[in-house]
Design a protein around this ligand. Structure first.
Ligand code: FAD
Ligand code: NAI
Length: 476
């Protein structure tokens, strides 16, 4: 079998990998991308966790379930009456699958458009060769590639509780949680993190009784405390049962579902009986099948590939990006690293600013933030000013009928430079973009306060929160 030579071989076709491949091809490199994800017919399904069992399908279900919740509880406020509201879960899941497929097909099209050679199968290191590395592809076709440069973007997998493997029927990872065929009467989730809250929201909106068991005593510890408190209040009001500071014990599949033994924060022994259990306690980097040992690629104790600040591994010419390396496990972080690595390979100065990577939790209300939280600034001893503005005082939010939450600015006490922006409320995922731009340009809160924002819009709450830093809100 003839060896196929490339300037750049990317292993993994998730947002880190396929974007790295596109940027490398744009820069004139002869580029290959290897991805092993299969669709239900065994065909290629590039896009990784994000497209297949992450960002995209979860947002499709969040949208469907939000429509249902609006119809069930809020249409009446607008004078819209509905008889016999129902949910066809199979149709909702089929729509989600169509959205996923559109994204898979879009990426295959982008490979063609950018003249990237796509290989469907598992890529593993064979050996270092003169001027590069040999990588074997095992899949629909078996190929041997040699890349002068290798970019590893093999992503992450859901972390299981010790001794409790996912069966994707009763004990579910993110994958099974996106494929539940009927609304469970009772749903349990372990971990009140991003997946726990997003997936818990989907199934609660559709009628499940949802209980979330969280090990830590604080709710969303990485989020600004004031924002987390406001979000917690809203979720509890909606009916999510969130128990903090619990210690999860034995988990058993029963005839009718799953039983979870746990100890509450107050030390009481309890058992939770549910139809389905989602375990969402974080993710582990994935290097299964990469054969990292063959070339001496260094991993850390968590199994992540060790990289420097610029995504260089311990091997010359081998780079790694996305969930398989340190840093937040976010699709846009993976993409930024992919672009930066391709540019560094081309001798350019690719750069990722980790201080301005935004976070979004797509619940209702949405939670979004960029930069530092108030508790981080306090811990660092940094003098700061804070300004908040509630959506309750925003005309557009009232018209939408969604006035939960606020925008919060944190700015340096002396220079007024924006240090963090935190939002809980409607469209927080879109509103945060302005804050990211402002921080990238090292704007002050006064800069935002002096910019004309359209009326009536939710973005006026951002302007008002910036004005609040100087204690001069206009509408509150
Ligand atoms: P991945 O997307 O995991 O892609 C890795 C790819 O490499 C996979 O296709 C895998 O099959 C392939 N692969 C692995 N090993 C090999 C091999 N040896 N050979 C060939 N192919 C291989 N992030 C956000 O920013 N926003 C969100 O809204 C969001 N929602 C999420 C919701 C859920 C339920 C989950 C689980 C995650 C979510 N994330 C979200 C996180 C996001 O999905 C990841 O951060 C992102 O997918 C990481 O991209 P990646 O390219 O590093 O890895
Ligand atoms: P997470 O890290 O967000 O949350 C895990 C939660 O589980 C934490 O609160 C942790 O304290 C808790 N936990 C850990 N072990 C536990 C135990 N034994 N018992 C009880 N609680 C325990 O992880 P999650 O939700 O699994 O998501 C993984 C990652 O995927 C996220 O961190 C994020 O990077 C990414 N993601 C991003 C999304 C977005 O950007 N909107 C959406 C979903 C996932």
């Amino acid at each position: 079998m003839a060896i196929k030579n490339f300037d750049v071989v990317v292993i993994g076709g998730g947002p880190g990998g396929y974007i790295a491949a596109i940027r490398a091809a744009q820069l004139g490199f002869n580029t290959a991308c290897i991805d092993e994800w299969k669709n239900d017919k065994g065909g290629p399904a590039p896009g990784g966790t994000c497209t297949n069992v992450g960002c995209i399908p979860s947002k499709a279900l969040l949208q469907s379930s939000e429509h249902y919740e609006q119809a069930a509880h809020h249409f009446a406020d607008h004078g819209i009456g509905l008889d016999n509201l129902s949910i066809d879960v199979k149709k909702m899941l089929a729509r989600k699958d169509t959205v996923v497929k559109q994204n898979n097909d879009g990426i295959l099209y982008l490979f063609k458009k950018n003249k990237i050679s796509f290989f469907h199968g598992r890529g593993s290191f064979v050996k270092a060769v003169e001027g590069g590395y040999e990588v074997a592809v095992a899949g629909a076709a078996n190929d041997t590639l040699v890349g002068k440069r290798i970019v590893v973007a093999t992503g992450s997998n859901a972390r299981a509780l010790p001794g409790v493997p996912f069966d994707e029927d009763k004990i579910l990872s993110n994958d099974g949680a996106l494929r539940v065929g009927a609304v469970p009467k009772k749903l349990g989730l372990i971990g009140a993190g991003v997946i726990g809250l997003e997936m818990g929201s989907v199934w609660r909106r559709l009628g499940a009784e949802v209980t979330v068991l969280e090990g830590l005593p604080t709710f969303l510890g990485a989020v600004d405390e004031q924002i987390a408190k406001e979000a917690h209040k809203a979720f509890v009001k909606q009916g999510l049962k969130i128990q903090l500071g619990v210690k999860v014990g034995e988990i058993k599949a029963t005839k009718s579902g799953v039983s979870v033994a746990y100890t509450t924060a107050a030390g009481e022994a309890q058992t939770l009986a549910v139809d389905k259990l989602v375990v969402s306690i974080g993710r582990v980097p994935n290097t299964t099948g990469l054969n990292a040992e063959a070339v001496g690629l260094k991993l850390d104790e968590r199994g992540a590939i060790v990289v420097d600040d610029e995504c260089r591994t311990n091997l010359p010419g081998v780079w790694a990006v996305g969930d398989v390396v340190r840093g937040p496990m976010l699709a846009h972080k993976a993409e930024e690293e992919g672009v930066a690595v391709a540019e560094r390979i081309a001798g350019q100065h690719g750069h990722v600013n980790f201080n301005t990577v935004p976070w979004v939790i797509y619940t209702s209300p949405e939670i979004a933030w960029v930069g530092q939280t108030e508790q981080q600034l306090k811990a660092a001893g940094r003098a700061y000013k804070a300004g908040t503005f509630p959506f309750m005082a925003n005309g557009r939010a009232r018209a939408l009928g969604d006035t939960t939450g606020m925008v919060k600015f944190l700015a340096d006490a002396t220079t007024d430079e924006i240090l963090g922006v935190h939002i809980v409320g409607p469209q927080a995922s879109e509103l945060i973009a302005e804050a990211v731009v402002a921080m990238e340009f090292k704007a002050s809160s006064e800069d935002i306060a002096r910019i004309c924002h359209a009326h009536p819009s939710l973005s006026e709450a951002t302007k008002e929160a910036a004005l609040a830093v100087d204690k001069r809100t206009l509408n509150f």
